[in-house]
Design a binder for this molecule. Structure first.
Ligand code: ARG
Length: 724
């Protein structure tokens, strides 16, 4: 899951879409329903032994029935036993592991293993989707749409048609029907799912295995991470989906993946099935420039200040670590990803490559009058929109987003809305019962989940970052704080934050209780320092957001027309649509690479590397004593190959965030690994696929089995699997 939870509701990504050179076999996130026509013969040539019907069939069970979407797309899982056992990544199960952890039972640190079904842990709010079938519904969705229609009219027609289709296919709520635009709304596809809601945690390795190498190794090869977690899907006794209940029984899957213990070799066929979240392979050169120069730095800069503070505090205390672990993991993941993306976009000359493609397209358009009429505007319009964007306002937009996302304190007045009168002078008086209710909510949404000294340090940083932004684009609180705390000189932000901590009704339960217990006016509320801070930030966000929204709305139409032009120019070539959290297949091979001149990276790593990387007691590179002994004594059970225990391997499969946890499958349809990351040299991969450099980082399933069996002593789980 690259960037789980990262999307604030307020952030709407520019979602664009594939590349339009001939796709090499490794590139492409293909729709399962088209494999037979587009890809199957090539897959066979690469070594695949299964029939097209064994891959995707809607009348009989097929491989697709073992692939599961986690939530509405934060990750992927796969069914690996007749009793509904499901593998995914450790970083996908992370927030559930954190939820079950306390300083006394620190499953995040020490791992968790249910030694019987009774010990498996239910997870509130966790659901998974299983695809029943998919269907092209373009003709129905666009039936009433005409070329000269206004965008808003078009949207109304599309929404109406989609709602009708959903109604028809949901079969009285039995199915969860999702309809999504493809190729910028030139096409629409429907996905019909069964949604399961009783998902229990069965096993998780300690972070020293599941997240070995931490953020230092994240997004990089060579890797030594056992990034897996095990869940089990439960159903009602009659097999239908149901909320958690002790009466529920393990899912009887239509299909589950057998597991290969034979290992992988260079050049072996490998395919990854899963739910990639977002790619922007049809991004234009203008948008690439904007990503490099405006969007990415504006996301990275505030994190530069905020992340080290959390890291330091979390390393000092287990309690603080558990409070922030889940959010921190996704911030740090995004922070590093965006830096890597910028590096790769520049190093791989992506903008220049896009310019060449745009030139080809433009020549093709200009060669014909009717094409000129249909498509001639598209690229010039996209260019004008991108170049018309006010960079400082965009900076404010991203900064404000990052601050609100990464400081629970700054966000608090916005998320925790205590009752207020509409008119300034009117008073509110709450009953004692109401006050208790509000306090309870406060405890749950803030009081029990933050560490105030950490919050204070972060608060300081969230003010100081604005020094990077021109004064007229800063939220008004910055000027206010600088003036009010003039006496503190350069330490104005510290002085402001100290006052917030000492005086705000939100940073103390007692002060909040006192405030709520007396009658109060909106004016009294507005004078609170944190309220002032929060409102000024929200205001800055809304002002800058209109710039952002404007640009992203205006760009829809020229982007759709740009895509239609590419589709027409390349009509004889199979083309894959951008990732959009729908089921996709990518196929290729187990493969090494050459990251820089003079350096060759092997396609696999071994347990020896874990010892080489070991730094005792380091939060990222500590090696648990038991694991160390197993490796030193080569006590690998049946999971080694010639006395060597494999850990991770590489393939040239085309994945992105959302694919995390996806099965890597061999020519016989057997599980050989779990995809969990992308590599540093090709982090521009969401925008362009690079054949030489882009690799998919997988944990070898033999290492997974070794950890379950030899390290955790949960070998009983292997009995319900089909090991081959
Ligand atoms: N980069 C991975 C992804 O986005 C997440 C890896 C999690 N591991 C970590 N050390 N943060 O899919």
């Amino acid at each position: 899951r690259f960037m789980k939870k990262f999307l604030l509701a307020m952030m709407m990504a520019f979602v664009l879409s594939p590349s339009f050179a001939i796709n090499p076999p490794d590139e492409g996130m293909w729709l399962p329903m088209f494999i037979k026509g587009y890809n199957y013969s090539e897959m066979q040539r690469l070594g695949l032994k299964l029939t097209a019907e064994q891959l995707y069939d809607i009348n009989n069970s097929s491989l697709k029935d073992a692939i599961v979407q986690l939530g509405d797309g934060f990750c992927t899982g796969e069914i690996v036993s007749r009793d509904g056992l499901m593998f995914t990544n450790h970083h996908c199960g992370y927030s559930f592991i954190v939820d079950h952890s306390t300083t006394e039972h620190d499953y995040l640190k020490n791992g968790f293993w249910a030694m019987s079904r009774e010990e498996e842990l239910p997870n509130e709010g966790f659901h998974v989707n299983m695809l029943e079938y998919m269907q092209d519904v373009t003709a129905t969705v666009l039936a009433e749409v005409t070329a000269d229609m206004k965008e808003s009219q078009r949207r109304d027609h599309v929404t109406k048609a989609i709602n009708k289709l959903k109604e028809e296919h949901s079969k009285e709520g039995r199915y969860n029907v999702v309809i999504k635009p493809f190729y910028e709304g030139n096409e629409y596809y429907m996905f019909v799912y069964t949604t399961y809601k009783d998902i229990r945690l069965v096993g998780a390795p300690p972070s020293a295995v599941g997240k070995f190498g931490g953020d230092t190794d994240n997004w990089m090869w060579p890797r030594h991470t056992g990034d897996f977690t095990i869940f089990r899907i439960y159903t009602a006794p009659d097999g239908s989906p149901a909320e958690y209940s002790p009466e529920n029984i393990p899912l009887k899957p239509k299909h589950y993946l057998p597991i290969s213990t034979k290992g992988v070799k260079m050049g072996d066929f490998s395919m990854v099935w899963g739910y990639p979240g977002t790619t922007e392979r049809f991004m234009t050169s203008y948008e690439v420039a904007k990503t490099i120069n405006i969007d990415n730095p504006s996301l990275v800069e505030p994190f530069d200040q905020i992340i080290p503070i959390y890291r330091e505090e979390m390393n000092k205390s287990d309690r603080v670590r558990l409070l922030y672990a889940d959010d921190f993991a996704s911030w740090a993941n995004t922070w590093k990803n965006k830096q890597g993306e910028t590096n790769s976009l520049i190093a791989l000359r992506v903008k220049e490559k896009k310019e060449k493609q745009e030139e080809i397209l433009t020549n093709w358009i200009n060669a014909d009058e009717s094409r000129k009429e249909k498509y001639g505007d598209a690229l010039p319009k996209i260019k004008a929109i991108c170049e018309g964007i006010n960079a400082n306002e965009m900076k404010t937009f991203w900064y404000a987003n990052v601050v609100l996302m990464s400081s629970k304190t700054v966000m608090l007045p916005y998320s925790f809305r205590i009752p207020l009168p509409d008119i300034g002078e009117k008073k509110v008086s709450l009953t004692a019962e109401d006050v208790q209710q509000w306090l309870k909510e406060y405890d749950e949404s803030y009081g029990k989940i933050v560490d105030l000294p950490t919050e204070e340090k972060v608060l300081v940083a969230t003010l100081q970052i604005w020094n990077n932004v021109p004064e007229e684009n800063q939220p008004s609180i910055v000027k206010y704080a600088k003036e009010t705390y003039k006496k503190a000189g350069t330490r104005w932000a510290e002085a402001f934050a100290a006052d917030v901590m000492e005086k705000s009704i939100f940073t103390s339960r007692e002060r909040l209780e006192k405030f709520l217990s007396k009658s109060y006016t909106k004016k009294m509320y507005d004078e609170d320092l944190l309220v002032k801070y929060n409102s000024s930030l929200i205001q800055a966000l809304f002002m800058s957001q209109s710039t952002y929204r404007d640009a992203s709305t205006k760009i829809n139409l020229p982007r759709r027309s740009y895509l239609a032009a590419i589709r027409e120019m390349e009509q004889n070539k199979p083309m894959y649509p951008d990732a959009n959290s729908t089921m996709r297949v990518t196929y290729g091979q187990v493969l090494d690479y050459y990251p820089i001149d003079g350096v060759h990276y092997l396609h696999y790593t071994t347990a020896q590397g874990i010892l080489e990387k070991e730094i005792p007691n380091d939060p990222e590179f500590d090696v648990p004593a038991k694991l160390k002994t197993l490796i030193e004594t080569k006590d690998f059970g049946p999971y080694a190959e010639n006395g060597v225990l494999p850990v991770c391997f590489l393939s040239n499969n085309d994945i992105t965030g959302g694919n995390s946890g996806s099965p890597v499958i061999n020519a016989n349809g057997e599980l050989i690994g779990l995809a969990f990351d992308g590599n540093w040299e090709a982090l521009s991969s969401d925008i362009v696929f690079n054949t030489e450099l882009q690799r998919c980082i997988n944990v070898d399933v033999r290492y997974v089995l070794f950890i379950i069996d030899k390290y955790a002593g949960a070998g009983y789980l292997l009995k319900e699997m089909d090991l081959r």
